[in-house]
Design a protein around this ligand. Structure first.
Ligand SMILES: C[S@@+](CC[C@H](N)C(=O)[O-])C[C@H]1O[C@@H](n2cnc3c(N)ncnc32)[C@H](O)[C@@H]1O
Length: 469
């Protein structure tokens, strides 16, 4: 019963349980937390605290393990896995959380360790007290060894990824990306212009004590001050006034510029964040086919369209590499492709540990197939918008180089978003598509490019050969 009496203990136990599921079953952090918090009937405060702790531990995992390893007399693989998660939570609080004083974090961890026996509790006490002494100015980080290994531990990323980024971006940019990945991003929403305006929504929220600011890069969005909390419980959600969406993701729908009367295919549509954006921009007056290979996720597209009051979206369950649609007929094809999601590490810290180097090439292969199918659907003059929440070369510029050699296509530059005061959004590779790196504009890492299907067929590298019908 102790757990009910000591404030903060329930949240820490929940965090440890979520972390164990992540480790043991490879569960997604957000899904593991959601299921656990619902099953244990956690209060909103317990849920918020457990989420913050588990997310923090996942984000800082390798730095926490390094710091604990320095003060533990036992190697990690000889320590009970539950006890190690308890230590990680406390180490996170000691190193990174301003909410809980270190002695309280140690005390709460020792109380949890007691469930495992007197020995584990004494061990936790000794390790964490030593850590508090070591961590005076922050948790220790390695000061020697190869740069990639040092950065990987200091900023808690897998070493293979750090090595890739060092090769491509150099040390300064890589370190800036690593830092940005560890800074939580503000929540944002896209306002449904058919039902509300950012001003009106901002007013309604202000009356409820929620502050919001216009998204700096994309018109029609709002950044929520303070983050946290369930955005779905805010006023206006059920009424279809807005869609939770990252600002980077809004950019794809924004540059697509869907218009009334257009025939549009969204090839990887679920859960419909961008499909509904296209429907809204066209005044719900386009003909939109939303395809996705996963039935349950496709159901979310229908649910979101219903909530937003949109009627121009038809859903089709299927593999978009073999689309059951007439080729050469679409004015606009959006391919927001499945990807490594390595641009979203600030929002989804577990993705960094889930991905392997092989995933990059596997995703690039699927994207190549999807791109071929997408190009076939375009009518002459039709436009293709390709986007991914990743900035890996294989998933972005390498596709652009290949498509640029396709005689049927012409790349149309996308104007870079206006840099708001104080942010440097200068794009490193505008010649090959728009890359948002996570440290530049407080967005996810993202990539978007536009290709139009030529009205004129031209042999590769040759002169125009005639008009397509
Ligand atoms: C990045 S998500 C799309 C997000 C969506 N565009 C949005 O903005 O809400 C990629 C989607 O591709 C779908 N997918 C993966 N492989 C597919 C395939 N071969 N054909 C169709 N959909 C596929 C996945 O089910 C997933 O929903």
């Amino acid at each position: 019963m102790e757990s009910r009496e000591v404030p903060g203990l329930v949240a820490r136990r929940l965090a440890v349980q979520a972390l164990e599921r992540l480790e043991r079953e490879g569960a997604y952090l957000s899904l593991a937390l959601r299921a656990l918090l619902a099953r244990r009937h956690a209060s909103p405060a317990q849920a918020a605290a457990a989420t913050a702790l588990a997310t923090g531990v996942v984000r800082w995992r390798s730095r926490l393990d390094y710091a604990l390893g320095r003060v533990s007399r036992r190697p990690r693989d000889s320590v009970d896995p539950t006890l190690w998660q308890i230590l990680r939570v406390a180490a996170y609080e000691i190193g990174f959380s301003r909410e809980t004083p270190a002695p309280v974090a140690v005390d709460l961890a020792v109380r949890q360790a007691r469930d495992l026996g007197g020995g584990p509790a004494a061990f936790a006490n000794a390790v964490l007290r030593a850590l508090v002494r070591e961590a005076d100015g922050g948790l220790p980080a390695p000061s020697d060894g190869p740069l990639d290994a040092r950065l990987a531990v200091t900023h808690s990323h897998p070493r293979w990824l750090v090595r890739r980024w060092l090769d491509r971006w150099g040390a300064t940019t890589t370190e800036a990306i690593l830092r940005a990945d560890n800074e939580p991003l503000p929540l944002s929403v896209r306002v449904n212009p058919l039902r509300a305006t950012p001003e009106r929504l901002g007013e309604v929220w202000r009356a409820r004590g929620v502050r919001a600011h216009p998204t700096p890069l994309v018109p029609g969005g709002l950044w929520l001050e303070g983050g946290g909390g369930a955005v779905e419980s805010l006023p206006g959600f059920e009424e279809g006034w807005f869609t939770p969406q990252s600002e980077a993701a809004m950019l794809a729908g924004h540059v697509a510029g869907a218009r009334a009367g257009e025939r549009i295919a969204d090839l990887c549509a679920a859960p419909g964040g961008k499909t509904t954006h296209l429907a809204e921009s066209s005044g719900d007056a386009a003909r939109i086919v939303a395809i996705d290979a996963h039935a349950a996720r496709l159901g979310l597209v229908r649910r979101n369209a219903r909530r937003l009051g949109l009627r121009s979206i038809r859903t089709v369950l299927g593999d978009a590499t073999r689309v059951p649609l007439a080729p050469g007929r679409f004015d606009l094809v959006l391919l927001d492709a499945p990807c490594t999601a390595l641009g979203t590490l600030a929002r989804h810290p577990d993705v960094r540990w889930r991905r392997r180097l092989e995933d990059v090439e596997a995703m690039a292969r699927l994207q190549r197939e999807l791109l071929e199918a997408a190009v076939d659907l375009l009518r002459p003059g039709g436009r293709l918008i390709y986007s991914v929440c990743s900035f890996e070369a294989e998933e972005t510029v390498e596709h652009v180089r290949r498509l640029s050699a396709d005689a049927r296509l012409e790349r149309v530059p996308i104007p870079p978003p206006q840099a708001p005061a104080g942010l440097d959004c200068a794009q490193p590779e505008t010649a090959e598509g728009l890359i948002l790196l996570p440290h530049r504009c407080r967005t996810d890492g993202f990539f978007v490019v536009r290709f139009d299907r030529s009205r004129v067929t031209r042999p590769a590298g040759g002169r125009a050969a005639g008009h397509e019908k």
